[in-house]
Design a protein around this ligand. Structure first.
Ligand code: RB5
Length: 150
């Protein structure tokens, strides 16, 4: 599995924490920044990560900003992206099992690096359950593709 990761200026500490987690788990990653000391715009980081996931260049993405909200809104504009904004372990597991989320967003002004690490570890290692959930995810895909909604 290959993961693209990025943050704005509000998410640098958690981004570094998750990079160290991925190194520990021997997960290949691409760090798309930011290398910022001043403020940057979260869509400039969310959209490149989302496009890499949508194109299949990487398998998953992780995005961090102050709240995680700007990153998740931006990433979810890209077709094929199911970005989940997660701040607890239960949701981290559920969104992989039920939504097959392909991007995880977190907010550094909401949670600390310890909880973020736990969330990311669960999210990175939990498989999609499929079955009835597959049908639901397919309905999102059909709507996006403006295909027949069944
Ligand atoms: C930056 O100040 C902040 O707006 C950003 O990190 C994020 O929280 C946006 O949703």
């Amino acid at each position: 599995m290959k993961v693209a990761i990025a943050s704005d200026h509000g998410g640098i500490t958690i981004r570094k924490e998750i990079i160290s987690l991925m190194e520990e788990l021997e997960i290949e990653y691409e760090d798309l920044g930011c290398e910022c000391s001043t403020s940057v715009d979260y869509p400039d980081y969310a959209i490149p990560v989302a496009e890499k996931v949508a194109s299949g260049e990487v398998d998953r993405g992780i995005l961090i900003c102050g709240t995680g909200i700007g990153m998740s809104i931006s990433a979810n504009k890209v077709m094929g992206i199911r970005c989940a904004l997660v701040h607890d372990a239960f949701s981290a597991k559920a969104t992989r099992e039920h939504n097959d989320s392909n991007i995880l967003a977190m907010g550094e002004r909401v949670i600390g690096p310890g909880i973020a690490r736990e969330i990311a570890k669960i999210w990175l290692t939990t498989p999609f359950e499929g079955g009835r959930h597959e049908n639901r995810v397919n309905k999102i895909r059909l709507y996006e593709e403006k295909d027949l909604y069944v």
